[in-house]
Design a protein around this ligand. Structure first.
Ligand SMILES: Nc1nc2c(ncn2[C@@H]2O[C@H](COP(=O)(O)OP(=O)(O)OP(=O)(O)O)[C@@H](O)[C@H]2O)c(=O)[nH]1
Length: 386
């Protein structure tokens, strides 16, 4: 009965919308409480962001478990492929910033490594940036987009507990939910079930977390964090704060659905982010799209190809180092060392008759030429530590 009502309402939205996912997004938005729709109060700008001109700004963090499609989404929102994407988990190991500007509005997107339990990060021997990245981005964010892989049958009905903990810790940051990979779902009505299930389970978890906090504070009142809000540094998963505000219990101001891969539904999110900007000085010029240098972006392109061509742990343990970066006429000369842990690993990277490294070089060269807009002479020198 409930579902048939939902489907009828969605059908109405479909008539008004460009796509099924846009219609479902609209319907799901109507499910969430209007009072928590995350429109920033533009009258409450901090002094440092006050400006006499018409510039507007929003800093948004993109949060989710590994492989949810966060980086693909960021690239799609930027309208250009800047950051590495691969089917392997943990392709993103540090925070990177992507920027898009339209008219007077600038949106700064902070792409973060997938949220994992502290112990998992330790086990992976991940760099510190990997574990602290999501927390750092939320400290700076005025907004958070929580990305869920809606095609993942095992995980799509409730948010990952580490994501919930992160949201609870930074509960003052308004959040929206994005169901991604809708192209991989055949029966779109499933999206309604997923949305309702995530909203309900998140609400229950937040209520329960509020109770747990109250209990803990009764037992040890000194745990109360007077600011009740931002943590200055990431202190591990057990740090306590004040009771959760009611808005945290409501959790999401809006729900979007998209395919970051095809771009379906991404424009709606882009428009929404632009509408949430507040008066404030831009942090980047209108022509800048990232905080990363060209050299770092090139390293990322090579890294993506390593992830796509190499199996198991090799792409994770390889280190890249730019040795030559110079211009010869129109051509950008790039010589990069790929240092493997052992000669065995190096021979896998080189491949039979050098074919693997040749394929990596050819694919990377094409992407780098598109990025730099000039001919590129790329050499990847594979070597081993031992
Ligand atoms: N079918 C489909 N695949 C997608 C979509 N978005 C991303 N992917 C794929 O999902 C995989 C992971 O995408 P990423 O963007 O690297 O995911 P991530 O969340 O940044 O991953 P981490 O680096 O592990 O945090 C890639 O193979 C993408 O092509 C989507 O909308 N539909």
């Amino acid at each position: 009965m409930v579902l048939s009502v939902c489907v009828r309402v969605v059908c109405r939205h479909i008539k008004e919308s460009r796509s099924v996912s846009a219609a479902l997004s609209r319907y799901c938005t109507s499910l969430v409480t209007e009072s928590v729709v995350a429109a920033p109060d533009c009258t409450e700008t901090e002094p440092r962001r006050q400006t006499t001109d018409r510039q507007r700004l929003l800093r948004a963090a993109v949060l989710g478990v590994p492989n949810a499609g966060k980086t693909t989404l960021v690239n799609q929102l930027l309208g250009r492929k800047l950051f590495a994407v691969s089917p392997k988990r943990h392709t993103t190991t540090r925070n990177v910033v992507g920027v898009f500007t339209e008219g007077d509005h600038q949106v700064i997107l902070m792409d973060t490594p997938g949220v994992v339990p502290y112990q998992v990060g330790r086990k992976l021997r991940a760099p510190k940036s990997f574990l602290t990245g999501p927390h750092r981005s939320l400290m700076e964010a005025e907004f958070v987009v929580v990305v869920v892989d809606a095609s993942d049958k095992r995980q799509r009905h409730q948010l990952d507990v580490e994501v919930l903990k992160t949201l609870a810790r930074y509960s003052h940051v308004p959040a929206i939910l994005l169901l991604n990979k809708v192209d991989a779902i055949r029966h779109k009505h499933v999206l309604l079930e997923i949305t309702e299930s995530i909203l309900e389970s998140t609400h229950s978890w937040m209520v329960e977390e509020g109770r747990r906090r109250e209990q803990r504070m009764k037992m040890s009142p000194e745990l109360r964090n007077e600011s009740g809000a931002k943590a200055d540094v990431y202190c591990g998963p057990t740090r306590e704060q004040g009771a959760l505000p009611a808005a945290a219990v409501e959790s999401f101001g809006k729900v979007f659905m998209s395919s970051a891969l095809t771009g379906d539904g991404v424009q709606d999110l882009r428009d929404y982010l632009l509408s949430c900007t507040r008066p404030g000085c831009w942090e980047y010029s209108a022509t800048e799209h990232s905080d990363q240098t060209q050299m770092a972006l090139v390293e990322d392109i090579v890294r993506e190809k390593l992830f796509l061509h190499l199996h198991r742990e090799i792409p994770y343990v390889l280190t890249q180092g730019n040795v030559v970066w110079e211009k010869e006429g129109d051509t950008q000369i790039i010589y990069q060392n790929l240092t493997c842990r052992s000669s065995n690993q190096a021979s896998i990277v080189i491949g039979p008759g050098g074919r693997t490294v040749q394929a990596i070089t050819a694919e990377a060269k094409t992407d780098i030429e598109a990025l730099l807009g000039c001919p590129v002479d790329l050499t990847l020198n594979v070597r081993s530590q031992k």
